[in-house]
Each structure stands twice: as C-alpha cells, then as structure tokens.
Design a protein around this ligand. Structure first.
Ligand SMILES: NC(=O)c1ccc[n+]([C@@H]2O[C@H](COP(=O)([O-])OP(=O)(O)OC[C@H]3O[C@@H](n4cnc5c(N)ncnc54)[C@H](OP(=O)(O)O)[C@@H]3O)[C@@H](O)[C@H]2O)c1
Length: 506
C-alpha cells in the first residue's frame, strides 16, 4: 500500500463480489488507460461495474464512479474534488495544494475542454504540467496520473543526473520503483554504476520539421555512457531526465507539417543529436537531415549499427583522401580494429582500395582478416605495441580507435613523412599534441576528429550494406529492458563490433 502523503491508493471493483485490489497507483493508471482506449469494453462494463476510488490521503473518502462515466477527465476531477473535500475535513492530515496548482493541472493537463480528444496526448500541455512542481505539496502522484491518462505512453530508459549516482534519483521515483519492481513496467538498475530508470513516459510529439520513428533497433556507443558520466558536459549540456542513445533504425509513424521527404510507413535509419538523445525508447523524434531511408535488404539491426560507428570511420577515411571507388593506393592503419568503429574502418578502407593494417587482440585476428585486413597485429605483442607493419610499410593514414591506449608518440615512428593520424578520442593531451604538430609546421598531421553527421554519408553506408560490401559485426543484442547490461558491456571496452538494443526487432 502506498502510505506516503504523496501517494494515493485505488481499488477497482469491476463486478459485485469480485474485488481487484490493485493498490499501486501505477497499476491503476495502467488499468484506466487500457479501459479508456477500449471504449466498448468500458461500456460493456457499465451495467455491472463501479469504479471505486480511494485516496490514501483520506481513508474515509471513497468515490464510486460508474464505468459508463469512465472518462478520465471526469474521474480525475472527481478524485481531485474528493481529495479536496477530505483535506477540508482533516486539514492536519492533508497537504495543502494551492488553488493555482490545481488550476494548473486542470488547464494544462486536462485542457479547457476537460480533456477532449484533441487535447489528449498533447506533449506541450504535458510538458507544462511537468513544470508545475506539485510534488512538494503532495501531488506528485497526481501529475503522474494525469500525464499517464492524457498521453500515449512508451517505455524508455532515462537517467536524471550526470554520474548516475543512486542518490540522484528523485525520491518519489524511488518509491514508485518499488511498485515497478513488482512487475508492471521494469526495474531500477542496481548492478551497474550507470543508474538508468526504465520508465513509461509520453510518446514524444514531432515538431513541424521532425519525424516520429517507432524504434525497431538501436545501438550503443561509448559516447552514450561518456555523456552520462558527464564527460561531455562542457560541450553538450543534456536536459534531464535524459533518454540516452543516438543510433536508431525503425519506421516513421508521424511527420511534422514541414517534412516533405518522409512519410509514415517509411523504414529509416537515423542519428539523433547527442544532446537530445532518445534512442533507448520505443519511439524517438528524429531530424530528417540526419535520417535516411532504409531499403528492405538492410535489416533494422544492421542499420542501427551504422550512424556513429560507421560514419566516424567513413569521415576519418574521407578526410584522409579516400572516395571509396577503389582508387586509393595508400597504407592505412586501423587501431582498435575489433571495436564498433574499427570493424567498419577496416571494411571501408578495403572498399576504398587501401592496404589495411589493423591492430586487435589475439582472439579477433581471424575476424579482422575476414573483414579484409591485409595485415593484423596483436596489440599485446612487442610488434603490435610498436605498430610495426609486418611488411615494413609506413602508414599514410591512421584511424586511432584504440583511445588512449595508443598515443601519437606510439604512431609517429611508423607514419609516412606526410602521414595523417585521425584521433577519435580527443583529450586535452591529444589537443595539445596536435597544436604542437601544427605550429611546428610538421608535415605529419595529428587531427582530432569530431563526428559531423551528414545524410549523404549515411546514405552511402546504407548503400554499401545493401550491396553486401559492408557488414555489421554484432557483439551482442539486448532487449530494451536490459539496456543497463549493454551499457556495462560497452563500458568494459571489449565489445567485438556493435552492441545492439532490440526494441521490436529480434
Ligand atoms: N570523435 C568521435 O566523433 C568519435 C566517434 C565514435 C567513436 N569515438 C571514440 O572512438 C573510440 C572507439 O570507439 P568504438 O565504438 O570502436 O569502441 P569499442 O567498440 O568499445 O572498442 C572496443 C574494442 O577496442 C579494442 N581495443 C581496446 N584497446 C585496444 C588496443 N590497445 N589496441 C587494439 N584494440 C584495442 C577491444 O579489443 P579487446 O577486447 O581485444 O581489448 C575492443 O574490441 C572510443 O573512445 C569512442 O568514444 C569517437
């Protein structure tokens, strides 16, 4: 039983003699929502059913609402009124709620028409409700109730602060989680230093220039958990709560009024802007400028692997002078070749015509050769550490996907006189080194790469996958309910290829 002053308990009597006592309000919300959606069911129940609402704020106060009246708005208002009456009777037991606050709920959440079809599901109204801070006045649960009632909901993973410490979660969410744990939606992440919450939140509504995608698959990138850890904070302040993830594949279900290039039913792959995220959910809003159509030959899982990892590999190689028509004749080194970016960089290097040397752990040597690498170095051997090509070749281009494990001074001795390194994991130290190289007029370059997503590049990659030239190496797949395991795996740094979240696609 929710006994706190911010909580309410409800009992639903559907038939005389049969009592379902669902005391968690979240359960109640679910039930009401499903009844509301299925109007005929609600009407069928009207002869025999009564909805009895009891607020925990007042044990004496019950509401009997015939099922025929099960319009959520009315129900909500009656509940409110009952609570108000109870409060007047026993003021010492009931938190005060200002008239303003109640009005805010009524207006913003229910709409002036009392929650008309048109008003329901309006994200803007819901967002405004979210800003009415009633939780301190004992009405946090009502906000939730109202939000749930008014909008189509989806499952999503969110976190509410950088660092993800347990304490960062808001108190009433922790209370709620106890009920969620009992089976309704999902649970709180306990076994990982990344604390994400599995939540039901309103499906986002696309703005004029946006599209709403029903997510079939998403993929995890190190940047997702780096951002969660606060590393990107100076550059990309995220709004909380934040739904992480940038890479999705799915189906367009709604388009904004100004969107011309996409229509509902289109299968797509999209990159979601890092600061907005949104991939770890059943629905996501995407920008058409970073979305491309996915042909039937390209599965959602393969497509979801592409945006960050393959685009980064493509950008590094393109910036190094490749155009992927097989005409490149230089030597390329790909470090961290068994990771998300590396597996694509090796394949793209071969498509471009390069001689590819790659570094990886011993267990992945055969895989990297299979992907097309001409020479593979085990990074734990002395030659591997020194990045010495078995054929003695010097590198014209290096894609350093091994992060800080490989530094510029490791690479420099093996660089061709005009060799260029693309550093994928910039840090103050790598920036300083690259500035020093620049001011010293060195012909060898050390460039810090920041991904710049362009639809035409994503289109090119989708085309390669369609033609069977480019393959996603899948490390593992996790359902949306187990995002935290995917997070953990990525953080451990030993993924072979991409970690995928399957939302609808297996
Ligand atoms: N700048 C940008 O815009 C951008 C874009 C994308 C990615 N990135 C960054 O690029 C880096 C790589 O990303 P990712 O998605 O490829 O990461 P990832 O998938 O997590 O990479 C994991 C792989 O790296 C291998 N590895 C680790 N240390 C190595 C070493 N010293 N030598 C060779 N291989 C090594 C691991 O092999 P073992 O298991 O055998 O150790 C593992 O297979 C990350 O730091 C990421 O943040 C930057």
């Amino acid at each position: 039983m929710l006994g706190s002053r911010t909580a309410q308990a409800f009992e639903l009597h559907r038939e005389p003699g049969r009592q379902i006592s669902g005391t968690a309000r979240i359960w109640f919300t679910e039930k009401i929502r499903s009844l509301h959606r299925a109007r005929p069911v609600a009407q069928e129940l009207s002869t025999s059913s009564t909805l009895r609402v009891r607020t925990a704020l007042c044990d004496e106060c019950f509401l009997n609402v015939p099922a025929a009246d099960m319009q959520l708005v009315q129900l909500y208002r009656k509940t409110e009124a009952a609570m108000e009456a109870a409060r007047r009777r026993r003021p010492q037991r009931h938190p005060q709620r200002s008239g303003e606050a109640t009005k805010a709920i009524a207006l913003h959440c229910l709409g002036p028409e009392g929650g008309s079809e048109q008003g329901r599901g309006e994200q803007s109204a819901l967002e405004r409700v979210a800003h009415v801070d009633l939780s301190r006045q004992g009405c946090g649960s009502l906000i939730h109730f109202a939000r749930a009632a008014m909008a189509e909901m989806m499952q999503a993973v969110q976190y509410s602060s950088y660092g993800g410490a347990h304490a960062a979660l808001q108190p009433f969410r922790l209370a709620e989680m106890r009920f969620l744990n009992s089976g309704l939606t999902s649970d709180i992440v306990e076994n990982c230093d990344v604390k994400a919450e599995h939540k039901e939140i309103p499906i986002p509504v696309p703005k004029k220039g946006e599209i709403l995608v029903k997510v079939e698959a998403a993929s995890v990138n190190p940047v997702d958990w780096k951002m969660q850890g606060g590393v990107m904070r100076p550059m990309l302040p995220a709004k909380f709560p934040h739904t992480p993830g940038t890479d999705i594949a799915g189906e367009v279900v709604k388009v904004g009024s100004e969107v011309k290039d996409f229509a509902p039913g289109d299968k797509v792959v999209a990159w979601l802007e890092l600061k907005h995220g949104g991939a770890m959910a059943q629905y996501a809003v995407a920008n058409p400028k970073t979305t491309v159509v996915r042909p039937p030959e390209v599965s959602a899982v393969e497509a979801a692997c592409l945006p960050v990892a393959a685009l980064t590999a493509l950008q590094a190689l393109t910036s190094g002078g490749m155009n992927f028509d097989g005409s490149y004749s230089g030597n390329v080194l790909v470090t961290g070749a068994s990771g998300g970016v590396g597996t694509y960089a090796v394949q793209l290097g071969k498509i471009a015509g390069a001689h590819v040397t790659a570094t990886c752990g011993e267990r992945n040597i055969e895989l990297i050769k299979f992907l097309g690498a001409d020479e593979v170095l085990d990074y734990k051997t002395p030659e591997g550490k020194k990045l010495i090509s078995p054929s003695g070749k010097k590198y014209d281009l290096v894609v350093n996907a091994a992060a800080s494990a490989v530094t510029f001074s490791d690479m420099q001795p093996q660089l061709a006189p005009k060799g260029v390194v693309f550093e994928l994991t910039p840090s103050p130290k790598t920036f300083l080194t690259s500035v020093i190289k620049r001011v010293s007029m060195s012909k060898q370059k050390y460039n810090q790469l920041m991904l710049n997503v362009e639809a035409r590049n994503l289109e090119m990659l989708v085309g390669f996958v369609k033609e069977g030239k480019l393959h996603a190496v899948i490390d593992s797949k996790f359902p949306l309910a187990k995002v935290e395991e995917a997070w953990k795996k990525s953080k451990e740094g030993h993924a072979v290829g991409k970690i995928v979240i399957t939302v609808t696609e297996e």
